[in-house]
Design a protein around this ligand. Structure first.
Ligand code: MLT
Length: 409
């Protein structure tokens, strides 16, 4: 008899974005004429940039010719891409990385979900609340979290409430934790941390020999000077942090799939005798066993993001979405909503009117304005009473959605 992994039974019924899709599909079935605008899942709508398309086409052609055909690539990724990443994404920040500290993958979602495998099952983890659900669910699956209580929180997770009173910035844990998930610019609140604020986390991790799992998938959206783009801008971070980055939101790769993770050689985990092990070695071991790399045409396409034309074109994409963010922010504010984010991130986090529950607001918005967003409660207990809209829609839909919210809600 095949036994189930009982940890899976501790998970909430469905993944947040699948639950939203289910509700939207049901609504569409019941209201076939409804013209629904989706600003729910953070999925891009603008096509790949011409430089990226050109590079991918050429790479596909190469794969079709005997002389240039390639089989398995390096599991860690092709050096032509890794070198461009180091040169363009980190050198300007004065962050030095070696080629074997960068691991190309098919997504920050899979990397943030998989990375926890390297840690002992008894580690205590801390997450912001609200939080991108993948960090929590992947730890539940591996059995690190204990069971869920009536407020939807797991017993072995330290939740760090990000609420209006603390400017939506996670407070340092009151107890010792071993693994810390941070995401900045934040999904879902759209808020950022300053260098000084991030430094406190690095100091905490150094004091407690914890590891920070830093998700920087939205760094390309930072508009303001002084906001850190990488945790490695902070002194000492190389000893305690791993950083996840993605081409999904930066260059429209949600359907193309390419990301990367930085694992500095200094970051360590320990056995019960206090002997240190390099996370870099362990991640390499994991990836070479369980992953065969991202396809050559996709890596070639990602490398084109760093070409002269590519950089210009990708910047335009970010600008387009950030203009959407401005339209949503201004529209909601003029309609009397309290809004957060949308300045250095493509997410707008709004307070629901009259303390309405997040899922009630979701239903009302879908029914009355035919606009789909993401209920804050889906990101954790402290998200209750909030709602997320994404700036990744088309301009036309963004403007129409804002008008509908103003007129129909
Ligand atoms: C979101 O909507 O939060 C994102 O699409 C999640 C993701 O990137 O997986």
């Amino acid at each position: 008899m095949a036994l189930v992994n009982e940890n899976y039974l501790k998970l909430p019924g469905s993944y947040l974005f699948s639950e939203i899709a289910r509700r939207v599909n049901q609504f569409k079935k019941d209201n076939p004429a409804a013209d629904i605008i989706r600003l729910g899942i953070g999925d891009v709508t603008q096509p790949l940039s011409p430089a990226v398309v050109e590079a991918m086409k050429n790479a596909v052609e190469e794969m079709g010719r005997q002389e240039t055909f390639r089989g398995y690539g390096p599991e860690q990724g092709y050096e032509f891409l890794i070198e461009k990443i180091i040169e363009n994404d980190f050198k300007p920040l004065k962050v030095e990385l070696s080629v074997d500290e960068v691991f190309i993958s098919d997504g920050a979602k899979s990397d943030t979900a998989n990375f926890q495998e390297l840690f002992g099952i008894n580690n205590k983890l801390a997450v912001s609340d609200p939080v991108y659900p993948v960090y929590v669910d992947s730890n539940v699956m591996s059995g690190r979290t204990g069971t869920i209580n009536t407020t939807g929180q797991f017993e072995n997770i330290v939740y760090l409430p990000c609420i209006e009173e603390n400017g939506m910035k996670p407070p340092l844990p009151g107890t010792k934790v071993d693994m810390i998930y941070l995401c900045f610019p934040n999904n879902p609140t759209g808020m950022t941390l300053s260098k000084e604020e991030l430094k406190k986390w690095v100091d905490y991790a150094r004091e407690n020999r914890s590891v920070i799992l830093f998700d920087a998938a939205y760094e390309a959206y930072i508009q303001e000077e002084g906001v850190p783009h990488s945790i490695f801008e902070i002194e000492g971070a190389r000893e305690v942090a791993v950083e996840f980055r993605s081409f999904s939101k930066t260059a429209g790769f949600t359907g193309t799939r390419c990301a990367y993770t930085i694992v500095p050689k200094e970051v360590k985990v320990y056995d019960s005798n206090g002997k240190a092990y390099s996370l870099n070695n362990l991640w390499l071991r994991r990836q070479t066993t369980k992953f065969n790399g991202v396809s050559y045409p996709v890596q070639a396409a990602a490398a084109a993001v760093f070409s002269k034309e590519g950089k210009k074109q990708v910047k335009q994409l970010v600008k387009y979405y950030m203009e959407n963010a401005g339209i949503i922010r201004a529209g909601l504010q003029s309609a009397g909503y309290k809004v957060f984010g949308g300045i250095n991130a493509p997410y707008i986090w709004l307070k629901t009117p009259n303390n309405m529950k997040s899922w009630d607001f979701f239903d009302k918005l879908m029914q009355e304005a035919n606009v789909v967003g993401t209920p804050g409660a889906g990101f954790g207990a402290s998200g209750e009473g909030y709602f997320r809209l994404t700036a990744f829609g088309t301009r036309e839909n963004t403007e129409r959605a804002v008008e509908r919210i103003k007129n129909r809600m």
